[in-house]
Unconditional design. Structure first.
Length: 270
């Protein structure tokens, strides 16, 4: 295992990461066109690939300069635990499909995982000038102001959300997601489905949403939001209520007063 860094060392690393992520966000902001409307699947995929190519190389170069010995998770769809060591788990265009359709809810994310523990994260929204940061054990922040999850206690008053982890999820995963939505519709005030997961989890960390769940465990979409929610006072587990880890097969993050009720609903499906 790696020797733990001091808080001051990790805090400096977080600040450096935030700068790298922000610079990459500016690259994407220059590429953003509010009038963009892909006409078909080939043009949509080409625009996604072009964004990925522009952002990934830029972010990777900056992060590897900050932490030369850290590994880089190549596969944005990767699941499960990582080998021992430090890993950058990033999504250079989180919400790429929103970006290329001229919508908001896209960002640049970078998260450092050390020996399978999420250490720090940055989520930068260039369109809204919002930068979310979290350092394990030291809170979550929006533009330097501390975040706090919702104080709701009743699921009947809750706004909750879910969404696909990837467009090509298998039939059983999609069916499980549909059953979970049906079950939650019976209990919560409002249920929505949206992508990307990180942006939904940001809303949970700020208290704008009360809970988010997903029936799969794609790391690049969950690690950043998981740390933000935890550090903002929320609870992050699997659908059975066990603490969420990189090895978990599913995911739920909720305000502390609603987590037990949300898990009870999801256990019906799990």
């Amino acid at each position: 295992m790696n020797k733990p860094l001091s808080h001051s060392e990790d805090a400096l690393l977080l600040a450096q990461t935030a700068q790298a992520v922000h610079q990459t966000g500016q690259v994407l902001l220059q590429r953003f066109d509010a009038s963009a409307r892909p006409a078909d699947l080939p043009s949509l995929l080409a625009m996604i690939d072009a964004n990925d190519e522009a952002a990934t190389g830029h972010l990777r170069q900056l992060l590897q300069a900050i932490r030369p010995k850290a590994n880089w998770l190549e596969d944005e769809k990767a699941t499960g635990p990582l080998p021992v060591g430090e890993w950058w788990v990033v999504d250079p265009v989180e919400g790429n499909v929103n970006h290329i359709h001229g919508m908001g809810d896209w960002s640049v994310t970078a998260t450092l995982v050390r020996d399978n523990e999420v250490v720090l994260t940055v989520v930068d929204e260039p369109l809204t000038f919002r930068v979310y940061t979290a350092l394990r054990g030291h809170g979550a922040f929006l533009n330097g102001q501390p975040l706090q999850t919702s104080c709701k206690q009743d699921l009947r008053a809750a706004l909750v959300s879910t969404g696909q982890a990837t467009p090509d999820e298998d039939t059983s995963t999609r069916a499980r997601l549909a059953r979970s939505m049906a079950a939650m519709l019976e209990q919560a005030l409002l249920v929505k489905t949206a992508v990307p997961a990180t942006m939904q989890l940001v809303h949970v960390a700020t208290g704008r949403l009360d809970a988010f769940w997903q029936s799969s465990n794609v790391l690049s979409g969950l690690v950043a939001g998981a740390l933000l929610v935890r550090e903002a006072g929320g609870v992050v587990t699997d659908w059975h209520g066990a603490p969420w880890t990189l090895a978990s097969s599913d995911f739920v993050a909720a305000a502390p007063g609603l987590h037990t009720a949300a898990v009870k609903v999801l256990q019906q499906v799990a």
